[in-house]
Design a protein. Sequence first.
Lengths: 464, 644
Amino acid sequence: MATVDDPYKGYRNSGLETLKKFDVRVWDRVKVLSESGTFEGVLLPRNEMADTFHIVLKLDTGYNVGVRAERISAIENTGRSEGHYKVPEKEFPYDPEKHNVVLLGTGGTIASRLDYTTGAVIPAFSPGELFGAVPELADICNLQTHKVFGIFSEDMGPAQYIPLAQRIYKEINDGAEGIIIGHGTDTMHHTAAILTFMVQNPPVPIILVGSQRSSDRPSSDAARNLINAAMAATGPIAEIMVCMFGPTSDKYGLLHRGTRVRKMHSSYRSAFRTIGDIPLATVDRENGVKPLRRDFNPRGGSGKEFKLVPTFNEKVTILYYYPNMQENLIRAIVGAGYEGIVIAGTGLGHINRPLYNVIRWATGQGVHIYMTVQTLWGFVQMFVYDNGRYLMDCGIVPLANMLPEVAYMKLSWVLGQTNDREEVKKIMLTPINGEITERERPDGYLVFQGGLPEVEQFMRDYLL
Amino acid sequence: MNLWDTNEIDYAGLGFRCGIEIHQQLDTHQKLFCHCPVGLVEGPANARLFRHMRPTLSEMGEYDGTALMEKKTRKEIIYEILNDRVCTYEMDDTPPFLINQQAVDIGIKLALLFQCKIVDEAHISRKQYLDGSIPTGFQRTTVLGTDGWMPYKDRRITIRQINVEEDACREVSDVGHRIVFRTDRLSTPLVEVITAPDMRNPIEAGEVTKLLAETNRISGLVRRGIGAARQDVNVSITGGDRVEIKGVERIGLIPGLTHFEALRQKSLLELRDELCNRDISLDNFAYNISDATRHLLKTPEFVGHWAVDQGGVIGAICIRGFGGLIGWYVFPERTFADELGGRVRVIACLDKTPNLAHRLNRAALGIPEREWESIGKGLNANTNDALIVTWGPQRDVVTALEEIAARCREAISGVPQETRQVLSNGRYTDFERILPGPDRMYPDTDHPPIPIEMKRVSNARASIPEFPWERRRKLSEAGLSQQLVSQLIVHPRFEIFQKMVEISGDIRWAARLVAETIKHLQRRGFETANLTDKRLLDLAESYREKEFYREGTLDILKVICKRNRKVSEAIDEIIFKITDEEAELIFEDLSDTANLPADPFKQKRYLMGQVMRKYRGAIPGKRLWDKVSAMTSRKDKATSEPRE
Ligand SMILES: [Zn+2]
């Protein structure tokens, strides 16, 4: 976000010298005379990543152009035009009939306002600002908001997971009837997994939500996702869930169990999928939460204790196996002090023979090694081949159909509590909320193949 | 005064001003921000997407006019997806790839042709479109050239800006709250050429648009054919305001459209004055609305009765002081009621016309006098007021009544800024949307700036063709007709034509061959693809060497087309090789021909026919004609050259 404090925001070298020479600042209205033409407009900040040879103007037509500093013969200052860095606030109405929902912000923007002068995206976050941007929310719930931190999704880690879990626990104990967590989408499924382990058996819905198209564009999925999340937060399913678009069309959102969800596309709106199972429910403004299965934890709790277990051991890694992996890699990991390794193996959970000895050595050193599958779908089945049996003999523990990232989160969490081999194994293999399932439904694996006549027919008949 | 006659209007007195924005697709292989192939496809779609547009908040949290209007329409948007023409970029499910450099180069060349200055660094901007025509809700666009000009008459037309941008979807249908777009055209690279409002009358508007199109086409770098070029025409008169007539595909329509838009604004200003005379102002403007459903429950002959049958309502509005003004003429055949109807159609989505009833049409629409009066009485309407009735689903009727009031209110100020679409008769326009302001532009954070090195510009400058006006002047000076000149200067084979002139030394021969004869053969089904550039140059050479004469051209071309022959083969095949002495003998043969028609002129034609059938192209036609003329008994006045 641009700030008004720095008069030469983003300018360096020749660009900066030119501005100083002609005594103009960012947000000044200027007339620039140059060999490339005469331009009138507002002097904009320069992106720090861009080169240092140009100055940027917003012309009166709304277009931006860059003018090469060395070709400028004069800049005339004709006034000033500053951006407005405020989102209008309207008081979020309170209705005693509606659920009290708490929105916790972790970074990114759920809703925003665009400053057309500067192009800056100004996040809307307070209830009043959100009400101005997404007024539909007031029809669904009463809303409180708290900014817990302001970081990018890829920068999330235990330093955020633990205070976030503590905050959720506190808000629920203080009476929140639903929690929404605004989150960047890249690591949303990692956060969903760790929260499932840290905040167990919540009596109210805990919803992670974000957007795949930023909220400054008219086609953004942000408002619809937020509305869906509010519906889910006031709905009947009390679990940690990810709420994102089902299809890429503006149809409905899906509620994914936090331990089975994964971002499966870098940019599609419908990037989040439940892996090896089906989602918990669909959700939209008109129909509310419509469960697709009955085995969810209901609002009010399932009788099990609502508890907070905020532990994390950072000395855990995921090793994504590839052919001809060298044993010194594992030695290096152990040498660096890692206490837990989740391997994403091939097929049913395999790695190459030359690693067997080093694995045996590592487990002998007390390192906890668990096997998952890089196919994502399906179970680790180490009994099928001799190699698998040998690997287990070396100390690797198969993790059934736990997803690699979920296994990473769970092992980090467990190793934050105990280092006892059998205890760790017992907790790892006892599902807390669906991270291991007893069986894989036949429709738990559906990756349609384009080009097939029947699939093409399906695409014609249903909205994408 | 004849309103249809542009000669009778004092445009200067009206303060007529017109600017043109011409959009033309660039001839690139791929789209502007992804690697999809360019081109339209017919047939069923492979898949469909369903989306909405949600206006983004602008300054001070207010939605701008256009955004607000699009929000009111509550449109559901369906995109038809074509697997071979669009990828996840067009679906707005992936960010843009880096801009197509071929398109940038073409844009630079076109900007140079319009004598623009090229920007040092291009920035991609987003221009909001909330009508759904672009799935992102904005068009990615970038300015490449500014401050150009083009000669016209004795002055210069200023070219304000040359932009390269992505094309929008094709609209398939727009019924009620559902609009359907086809995505194949989406993201095709376009050039947008924007002039200053320098055109002073409708004729100039048409002529300048033609020149702009000519300049684009002369580059050989743009697509041709239906839909490849579209014009937006901005018109205003003194006291009026900028109105944009959008998407005019035929340049020939522009004089009429701008003429009638000027008259429309004039009428609206007169209406404003009338309202002023009646002491109606923005401060005292008043109206009231009511649910008139019950008054018309028992009149099945009312055309809007379907609304009641389908669970909707009939709404009525009384506009104070507007009595008698609903029928105010704004075009020779259009009234203020049509202005209201357009708004209601677009914004309230009541697109089943007629969508309004008023004093003048209520009887025709089946509202009896008694019911009309009772509706009016319910609203306390008197003869000074205007009463309007509309019908449909309840939410839409509420929107419609508000829109009617809003449009009447705007009449107090005169001409509302708006975008208008061309009606099917090509003459009148109807409301399309509120004119968006510069506020809808903002930078595209997905794409880095594009520095344009001076070297790149000088390379482009070296490869642009000569300016069309210079080309035109040279060809006209060579004595070609204006029609031939116009065809030639934008002809895709202009360079071949120039070489043919150089080789043959006969510009008229080459001009007719390239601009007319080949087209004529193509129309008659000949395989003109066989007339390769090389063959045309060979032909010019044979012509220079007098291996055949002008009259033989068509026959040779036919043989080349039909049998895919080289030029020399074709000449061998059909052109008699004869010496001058042999030619003399032919003429002697002719002299004892019997069955000569009596009429001397017919006699000459007959003799020419005889000899041409066999010797066409082998002997100069002029020489034959002279000979035949000498042979016939009397000199005839008709001495014009024989035509092919
Ligand atoms: Zn594409």
